[in-house]
Design a binder for this molecule. Structure first.
Ligand code: GLN
Ligand code: ZN
Length: 770
């Protein structure tokens, strides 16, 4: 009765389009320059192109191996709104029949006026961000969107039987947060029973539209990926799949759990559940133990890494699939460890990259080909794919021996590092040495970037295309820096910045100027909604051929008697926002980046820069999901920051900046960075973070952000004063700095100038009164 599961598949495919067509269409729709019908037409073309592409790469048109994983904005939002979980503040946007139109969908994602958007947070340990559903006792679940159903029908009309992908009920609830009105102790998971009938209805409708298989993503069952304990999640999964599996009018069900090893409880429960297939991450997880219930099921071995861009060890992947036989499943299929939404579309489009580097890469399309190859090997025997396996092995070997991958000088320098190289000495001694900086109490500063105006972006683009000469571009940047320095002097800020106008992106700018990195042309990946980033590729040993920021810093400092901060991106953030080589531990790569930054800091000092900020906004982001893996990560990440900064003289003030306020497990690590001053995001939590900082015994300078730069709202003087007084109640005054939450690059000048004026005034008022 059920169709067999295909021999190979991917758990999802990038949806932004090879040329970011989705971004453009969605943003035009938001701007009102195209209507919904035009948006629908563009996205329909995009979905069609994706299906055709996947079929051309070897996935079957009618065997359910092509996933339908398109989303206008986010897959979690899709699922939440499909089951009717639209927060009450958007209720008026529902259609008369109760369904949730596209406009309401986008409004929930982006907010409107007083009604703030759904909160956004990291999708497991990736750089993708999803929207957090809000679910309370009052949430009325009902099938409220037929978008996915229409997409299945649309594919069917084109002759494709696709496999729709939906975030599963357990994961949807586990990722949700309680609505504001929910009583204390309420958990969204408490609503599982009420939610299941709607999922039943949804999968039945997908079946009716032509789906033979549905994929329910239950990544919450991956061990320690969330705060909820594994046993609770497994019990919820047991209940959910007993219910969904019992339906008669349903398609066959694939439950997918990626982003790490499935918890033991989850594995046991899913194996016994009345579903037809399970997908597990074999890139990050080991082959699990044999358990009862698998005899009748397909297990999809996710041997192809869905999250990095390396061609990898294909023969090793084939071996792991063979090992997977031991679990005793009815059939083994080939898959990816996660959706491919985390990698760019196609490495063969990178015509500006060294073809040798390209031969080591696998973006989404190449990963599909790898899946197809491995599936053929399983069907026809390993000899049938011997050439492909040998080619992948040869590429791997070529990469290992290629010039630049291993640089003797870089390696021996890293090998000589000692504990002393990571130690700046006593904080009190440094504090005293830094008194010569002559800073007032409650010093005011900003995080680094000033608004990146259209003019700046245009000049950079013109320079990139060769339409603006380097000397003209540099002249433009000098003018921009002068303007920003003068503005800060007029505003009365104490520690100035140069504004970062020369930087397209805080990581790519360094990647472009360090050896060991490559920058792609089309390697975009979705970060959230219509936002995409283009991570650099860290492929070789990292070194600094020449100073990077020094001339700009020297120029900026020459314009003012006040201190201008040197501004660098830290090693952990450079790694977190790049695609990083997978042939050595991250810790080794981080040390190499740290040494390059250490040299940059020495050169900044030699150029007369007395205050240097090393941003680490991603320190929290790379933290492993599994608690057991966290200490090792924190040890090397902190060490790399210290290697980068510990060469600085005691009299040089080292700052760092972190972009989140949930200190939690990283609070000790932040102290261990041993920066002289740390600025952190704090405005959205109304400065609550200060209590945590005080409680932790943090002894160095701390700048809790006094206003949220994510919004154009201008903070009033009194409001900033209140935050500062609150901080002053908890911490000695000499520790407190006054700054915004983050860089100003996405803001406009109007609100920036007023906000900073208020910030300076608030600081002066508090200074005089305490
Ligand atoms: N110095 C950077 C800026 O101001 C920091 C950015 C960040 O924290 N994400 O833009
Ligand atoms: Zn920040």
């Amino acid at each position: 009765m059920t169709a067999a599961f295909p021999s190979g598949t991917i758990l999802g495919y990038p949806r932004i389009g090879r040329r970011r067509e989705l971004k453009r269409a969605v943003e035009q729709f938001w701007a009102g320059t195209i209507d919904e019908a035009a948006l629908e037409a563009t996205t329909s073309d995009l979905r069609r192109a994706t299906r055709e592409r996947l079929a051309a790469l070897g996935l079957g048109r009618t065997d359910s191996s092509i996933p339908e994983s398109f989303s206008y904005y986010d897959q979690v939002l899709d699922a939440a709104l499909a089951v009717g979980a639209l927060p009450a503040r958007f209720a008026t946007l529902r259609a008369e029949d109760g369904s949730i139109p596209l406009e309401a969908y986008f409004t929930a994602a982006r907010g409107a006026g007083e009604a703030g958007p759904l909160e956004m947070t990291k999708w497991f340990d990736t750089n993708y961000h999803y929207l957090v559903p809000e679910i309370g006792p009052e949430t009325e679940f009902a099938l409220s969107s037929d978008r996915l159903i229409r997409q299945v029908a649309e594919a069917k009309a084109d002759g494709f039987t696709v496999r729709p992908v939906v975030v599963g009920p357990v994961t949807l609830l586990a990722l949700a947060k309680p609505t504001e009105d929910a009583p204390a102790g309420f958990r969204p998971l408490d609503r599982l029973e009420d939610l299941l009938p709607v999922y039943r209805e949804l999968v039945a409708a997908l079946r009716a539209a032509g789906a033979e298989w549905v994929q329910l993503d239950e990544h919450a069952l991956v061990s320690e990926s969330l705060d909820v304990d594994a046993a609770t999640l497994a019990a919820a999964a047991e209940r959910a799949y007993a219910e969904l599996g019992a339906a008669e009018d349903r398609p066959a069900i694939l439950v997918a759990a990626g982003y790490g090893p499935l918890s033991a409880e989850g594995w046991r429960v899913l194996a016994a559940a009345p579903v037809e297939a399970l997908a597990i991450d074999l890139h990050r997880g080991a082959v699990p133990a044999r358990v009862r219930g698998l005899e009748t099921k397909t297990v999809v071995g996710g041997v192809i890494d869905g999250r990095n861009i390396w061609r990898g060890d294909l023969a090793g992947a084939a071996d792991r699939l063979e090992d997977l036989q031991a679990i005793g499943a009815a059939t083994i299929a080939v898959g990816t460890s996660t959706s491919l939404q985390h990698v760019p579309h196609d490495a063969t489009e990178e015509s500006a990259l060294d073809p040798r580097l390209v031969s080591w890469l696998a973006f989404a399309d190449q990963k599909v080909e790898q899946v197809v190859t491995l599936a053929r090997g399983r069907a026809e025997g390993r000899a049938a794919i011997a050439d492909e396996l040998a080619a992948a092995t040869a590429a791997w070997a070529d990469r290992a021996g290629a010039p630049g991958v291993r640089d003797g000088g870089v390696r021996s320098r890293a090998a000589r590092l000692t504990a002393e190289d990571a130690d700046r000495g006593d904080l009190a001694v440094r504090e005293q040495a830094q008194e010569t900086l002559g800073l007032p109490v409650l010093p005011t500063t900003t995080i680094g970037s000033f608004p990146q105006t259209g003019e700046i972006r245009r000049a950079r683009a013109q320079h990139g295309r060769g339409e603006l000469s380097t000397s003209a571009y540099e002249g433009f940047l000098r003018e921009e820096i002068s303007r920003v320095v003068t503005l800060q002097e007029d505003l009365g800020l104490d520690v100035l910045v140069h504004g970062e106008a020369e930087r397209n992106d805080m990581v790519q700018y360094f990647a472009e100027n360090l050896d060991g990195f490559a920058v792609t042309q089309h390697g975009w990946v979705q970060s959230y909604g219509s936002r995409a980033t283009r991570p650099s590729i860290l492929w070789g040993d990292v070194s600094r051929p020449a100073p990077i920021t020094v001339e700009w810093a020297r120029f900026a400092q020459s314009l003012s008697d006040k201190h201008v901060k040197g501004m660098l991106t830290g090693p952990v953030t450079i790694l977190a926002w790049s695609f990083v080589r997978d042939d050595q531990p991250l810790a080794e790569t981080a040390d190499q980046v740290a040494l390059a930054l250490r040299d940059e800091i020495a050169d900044l000092e030699a150029a007369g820069i007395r205050i240097i900020q090393v941003d680490e906004p991603a320190l929290r982001e790379l933290l492993p999901l599994r608690i057991a893996d966290q200490p090792e990560y924190l040890a090397w990440s902190v060490r790399s920051f210290r290697i980068a900064t510990a060469g600085a003289a005691a009299a040089t003030q080292v700052h760092t900046h972190l972009c989140y306020s949930e200190f939690g497990v990283v609070i000790e690590a932040i102290a261990a960075l041993d920066a002289d001053v740390t600025s952190i995001e704090a405005a959205r939590s109304r400065g609550e973070v200060i209590s945590d900082v005080a409680a932790s015994g943090f002894a160095a300078g701390i700048g809790p952000g006094v206003y949220d730069i994510h919004s154009p709202r201008v903070p009033a003087v009194a409001e900033i004063e209140a935050l500062l007084r609150r901080a002053a109640d908890e911490l000695p005054l000499r520790q407190i700095w006054v700054n915004p939450d983050c860089g100003l690059k996405t803001r406009g000048y109007d609100e920036t100038v007023t906000s900073l004026r208020n910030l300076v005034e608030a600081s002066r008022n508090v200074r005089e009164s305490v």
